[in-house]
Design a protein around this ligand. Structure first.
Ligand code: AKB
Length: 320
């Protein structure tokens, strides 16, 4: 059922999170009220068939402004970003897309008095100086990747626009997101998705981080729910805005492989760590998300067991 009308623009609509967030937003707010945008045309027809789609490079402020004006947008979900591994291969691209793109969104939000903006951050804001277990929300942020540098900057910029201009900007630090619909691209946590595809197709996977690597992860239904819940929260109940820690589950690759083996007994996983190991080692293993729990009622629904079962159920008919 359609709720109070919002006119929404989503950047990075064809990406891992955007492609699953848009159907939920369209279901809630109406197909024509959600404008999907991306730098490339969508592969899934539903993204353009069920509602408006516009090509948009987020570095192009004039085009972004034109789309926002043309569709009378009042709310933006700014999902376009270059992730950690691609960011290390091309740091200036990561800076341009992640920072210029964000500044464009924030400036248009200020000039056009948009109602609300969602600007996601990531566990990549953390670095080797952050406590490795139960990393607090407010802690030392010394990331070693350009992606992390842009995400720390983005959190500070968002908070600046809240306090300096009175805008409503919100964001969470996404952990690694596991999903069955669209492959992630260019992240360090991508192994937690790749492993399912390889297990089903080839019964083997060569993982690019060590077996004992533990990182915070989240299943896509929880990720979409967290995004919607934070955007629904009463602004006055938020003491933080752009930097909410968000925990789902944490597991080692070996634990994930063992869980998959319960469903595919002849699956084997071996390990060939590459440059992404150092990135993974710089991030905490578990995080404390108590501010999200107390300020807007965040609770994850999925754990390793339920996520693995659901992923295999969804992917099996497509891959075998
Ligand atoms: C990445 O691995 O770069 C992303 C992230 C943790 O933000 N999935």
């Amino acid at each position: 059922m359609t709720q109070t009308t919002q006119r929404i623009l989503v950047t990075g609509a064809c990406g891992q999170i955007g492609s699953e967030l848009i159907p939920v937003l369209r279901q809630r707010y109406g197909d024509t009220n959600v404008v999907a945008t991306d730098i490339r045309p969508p592969e899934a027809d539903c993204l353009k068939d069920q509602g408006p789609f516009e090509l948009l490079n987020v570095c192009d402020r004039a085009r972004m402004d034109d789309i926002i004006a043309r569709y009378a947008i009042d709310t933006v979900y700014h999902m376009a970003a270059i992730l950690s591994a691609t960011g290390e291969e091309n740091p200036t691209l990561a800076w341009d897309v992640n920072i210029l793109g964000l500044v464009n969104v924030l400036e248009i939000a200020r000039q056009r008095k948009l109602v609300r903006v969602f600007c996601p951050s990531s566990i990549a804001v953390f670095g080797p100086d952050t406590p490795h277990d139960c990393a607090p929300q407010t802690t030392i942020l010394t990331p070693t990747t350009m992606y992390g540098v842009t995400k720390v900057t983005g959190e500070l910029l968002g908070e600046y626009y809240v306090h300096r201009f009175g805008l409503d900007i919100r964001g969470v630090r996404y952990p690694g997101i596991i999903s069955s619909e669209t492959l992630p691209g260019g992240g360090t946590t991508d192994y937690a998705v790749d492993i399912f595809y390889h297990a089903l197709k080839y019964k083997s996977y060569s993982c690019f981080v060590r077996s004992d690597t533990v990182l915070p992860m989240m299943y896509m239904p929880d990720c979409v729910k967290a995004t919607m819940d934070l955007m629904d929260a009463d602004f006055n109940s938020l003491r933080s805005h752009c930097n909410f820690n968000l925990a789902g589950m944490s597991f080692s690759v070996e634990e994930l492989a063992n869980e998959i083996q319960k469903h595919i007994p002849d699956f084997v996983c071996d390990y060939a760590p590459d440059f992404r190991q150092a990135i993974a080692d710089s991030w905490p293993q578990t995080i404390d998300d108590s501010p999200a729990r107390t300020q807007w009622g965040w609770r994850p629904r999925h754990d390793l067991k339920s996520m693995t079962r659901d992923m295999l159920e969804k992917l099996r008919p497509r891959l075998t």
